[in-house]
Design a protein around this ligand. Sequence first.
Ligand SMILES: [Ca+2]
Ligand SMILES: [Ca+2]
Length: 110
Amino acid sequence: MVKGRNSIPLWSASPQSFASNLTYNFSTAANQAYGNNQVMIAPGKYASFSGDLNADGIVDGMDFQFWETDNNNFANGYRTADLNGDGIVDGLDYQFWEQNNNAFIGESKP
Ligand SMILES: [Ca+2]
Ligand SMILES: [Ca+2]
């Protein structure tokens, strides 16, 4: 399982062994993740869904308050609520949260 600071945890589609140096590429296809739980970010490139700001495995209203607080404070720098990674928390980040909230995005695990 891999987990980013503001993204839904990703589980590999099948069990992987850590016995030797494990390399696993989630980005080549949606089905590299358990439950095909990825979003296409460019043709042939996949990534985990963002917006899970409280790190509980689902994107919902509980995450909104983290974005709202940072947005109201004009927060910038390395912020969990900076969903597009441009260094500031604003309405552009809200769009990522809203889209994944409306789609009921959550962790899919074995
Ligand atoms: Ca959450
Ligand atoms: Ca941002």
